[in-house]
Design a binder for this molecule. Sequence first.
Ligand SMILES: [Zn+2]
Length: 436
Amino acid sequence: MPTPQHFPHSSCRALLLGCVCASLSAAPLAAQRAPSPPIILHAARLLEIETGNMLQPGEILVAGERIQAVGTTVDHPQGSQVIDLGDTTLLPGLIDAHVHLFLHPGAEDLQTVEESVPWRTILAAQAAKADLMAGFTAERDLGTEGAGSASSAIRDAINAGIIPGPRLRVSANAIDILGGHEDAIGFNPAQHVLSNADYANTADEIIAVMREQHKEGSDFAKIYQTGPDKMIDGVLHTPYQYNEAQLAAAVEEAHRLGTYVAVHAMGEPGTLYAAQAGVASIEHATQLSDETMRLMKEKGIFAVPTFTIFEYFAHHRESQDQAASEAAMLDYKIAEFKKQIAFGIPFAVGSDVGPFPHGTQARELTLMVQYGMKPLAVLQADMINGAKLLMWQGQIGELKPGYYADIVAVPGNPLDDISVVERVQFVMKNGVVVRR
Ligand SMILES: [Zn+2]
């Protein structure tokens, strides 16, 4: 897995912006902020994610943007500020490994046709804030769906302290074949309605698109690998889009750029081709053959199930037929998920939020427990695997000295009732209290 220093866009551009801003009189507040005194967070409990050990009470000393000490008690340096969070559990900030900041509920397909990119960018800034306030201090954006590289601007504005939001890894548009999963099918061809994705029909075209997206600031590449999906006699059928050689060319180019490929892939044989090619994550991952799961386990390829979007669509389709088909898909997905857990493939937690309201996506953790995983395993998938998948391994996802101070507090004990993560009461990102 590549390390963060391979990602010039998120760090250097923010630095550059920071330098420019600091020299102007209208500099953003964050750039002018004086160093704040150390903060001590105190709560009834603190969960060590790696071990599952619950400290009672729990304290964290935060200095600047980093965690300095963690324990049942920590040093209280002179002049430090103590924040008593009472009967709560301290956790690392939540990570959502699959979001769409540029989507909002309602008319999911037409919003990308009817709304301008500037309008969608303003809504995306609000979505980033809503996610942060819900406790998501880091996210991976899996495609703007027709807003191109506008997600890079959101990421850079957050990094520069201009707008609030999670740490972001962004992909710009997804990559798709002509007539593929997210192409604009079903419109009057004479109107030339544009795809929500960037076209690439061959390995060479995939590479050209990836280079363009990289130039515009993407952190990784998102490829549509399967679709459209159909349930036939209770089994998922989904055509693949790229063969193994084409995906392997994309993975090689991604590695050259110091990054990786994530695929939208619902089922076989597209999921197998993706695993053979060595992608970093398989999004949705509804149907995985034994051979695909074996490769995922061997190569450390993450499955990101995204149950919340499936639940949402099962409850929010207009016709009864559509709702029944979505419900059948969800049932099938739950049964397959139980096989995947038993097989022992690595999971990360991603909700696919956007088509359902931003800030509500912690439900994904609740659903993964409901469908068969233990609460601690889900928290480890979210935070430890999420940090790896977001290329911030060793920087976020645990409460340890030297890590970024991305910290939330939830009521109750998440090991007894995981749904407390849906009621985050306190949020700190990068050492700054953003919700209390
Ligand atoms: Zn998605």
